[in-house]
Design a protein around this ligand. Structure first.
Ligand SMILES: Cc1cc2nc3c(=O)[nH]c(=O)nc-3n(C[C@H](O)[C@H](O)[C@H](O)COP(=O)(O)O)c2cc1C
Length: 272
C-alpha cells in the first residue's frame, strides 16, 4: 500500500506542473447542456448567502459575487423564494416583486457582460420556516409535522421550530401558480434557465419523502402521488421556459431536517 502511494506521488511529482491530469483536462472541455454550450464542465452549485437585505432585493454586492464566478461553465444562483409564503431564511433573495426582478436583471446583465451563464434556483422553504417570517401565521407544509431540529434564525432571533400548517388540497394550485410566475420573472430578469429546488428537506422534498408526507389525498401515499406536486411544478415552469432550460434538484438520500423514508416504504429512486 505504502509503495503504491509512493509510486503515485512520484508520478505526480514527475508530471510537468502545467500538464493537467485526464480528469482536469475533461473538466475544461465544452459541454452541450441542451441548446446551451458551456465552455467548461464546472458548475457553481447554488449557495444561499443571505446578502439581499430585509427587502430580499438582489443588489450590486450580489452581482459582484456572481461576476467573480462567471468563468465557470454555468452558475446556478442561490435558492430564491417564489412568494412571501415561501420565505424562511434571513435576507435570502426573492423573485416575486418588480423590484426583485429588476435587482436580478442587474445581476444577470453583469454576469453576461463578463461572459458567464446563470440559472436561478426557485425555492419554497415549506415547514423550514417560522411564523416570525409571516406576520404570525404558521409556515405551510405537506402535513402538520414539525422539524425535530436545533431551531431556526428568525427576524426576531433564534426560535424553536413550529408545527406547520398542512396545505389544503385547494391551496396547492396557488403554490404551483407562484412557481410559474417566479419562472416568468426569472426569464424577464435575463436568466439563462431555472432550477426547481426539490431537495434538502424544503417544500417539494417534503412532498416527495415518504417518512414525512403523511397525506392521504392525491398528493400523498404512492410514489405517483408524492411526485404529483413536483410534476405540476415542472409543467408550470416549462410553460414559461423551453424544457432544456429547466432543471430539477433532488436529494433522495437527504436525512437532515429529518427526511427520508420509513423501513420498507417504496424508494423514490433506486438507491435512495
Ligand atoms: C452555505 C451553504 C449554502 C447552500 N445553499 C444552497 C442552496 O441555496 N440551494 C441548494 O440547493 N443547495 C445549497 N447548498 C448545498 C450546496 O449546493 C452543495 O450541495 C453542498 O455544499 C455539497 O456540496 P459539496 O459536496 O461540493 O460540498 C448550500 C450549502 C452551503 C454550505
Amino acid at each position: 500500500m505504502a509503495d503504491n502511494l509512493r509510486l503515485r506521488c512520484d508520478a505526480y511529482a514527475a508530471a510537468p506542473m502545467n500538464t493537467p491530469s485526464h480528469s482536469a483536462a475533461a473538466l475544461l472541455q465544452p459541454f452541450a447542456l441542451g441548446d446551451l454550450t458551456l465552455p467548461n464542465r464546472m458548475v457553481i452549485t447554488p449557495l444561499t448567502r443571505g446578502r439581499a437585505g430585509r427587502e430580499r432585493i438582489p443588489n450590486p454586492l450580489m452581482a459582484e459575487y456572481y461576476v467573480q464566478r462567471s468563468s465557470a461553465g454555468l452558475i446556478v444562483a442561490e435558492a430564491t423564494t417564489i412568494s412571501e409564503q415561501a420565505n424562511g431564511w434571513l435576507e435570502s433573495p426573492g423573485i416575486y416583486t418588480d423590484a426583485m426582478e429588476a435587482g436580478w436583471k442587474g445581476v444577470t446583465s453583469a454576469v453576461h457582460a463578463a461572459g458567464g451563464r446563470i440559472f436561478l434556483q426557485l425555492w419554497h422553504i415549506g415547514r423550514a420556516s417560522h411564523s416570525d417570517f409571516h406576520g404570525g401565521s404558521l409556515p405551510v407544509s405537506y402535513s402538520a409535522v414539525k422539524i425535530d431540529g436545533d431551531g431556526i434564525h428568525t427576524p426576531l432571533g433564534k426560535k424553536p421550530y413550529e408545527t406547520p400548517r398542512a396545505l389544503e388540497a385547494w391551496e396547492i394550485a396557488g403554490v404551483v401558480a407562484d412557481y410559474r410566475r417566479a419562472a416568468a420573472r426569472a426569464r424577464a430578469a435575463g436568466f439563462d434557465g431555472v432550477e426547481i429546488h426539490a431537495a434538502n428537506g424544503y417544500l417539494l422534498d417534503q412532498f416527495l419523502q415518504a417518512k414525512t408526507n403523511l397525506r392521504t389525498d392525491d398528493y400523498g401515499g404512492s410514489i405517483e402521488k408524492r411526485t404529483r406536486l413536483l410534476k405540476e411544478v415542472v409543467e408550470a415552469v416549462s410553460a414559461e421556459w423551453p424544457a432544456q432550460r429547466v432543471g430539477v434538484r433532488i436529494s433522495p438520500k437527504w436525512i437532515a431536517r429529518p427526511m427520508g423514508r420509513p423501513q420498507g416504504a417504496p424508494r423514490l429512486m433506486s438507491g435512495s
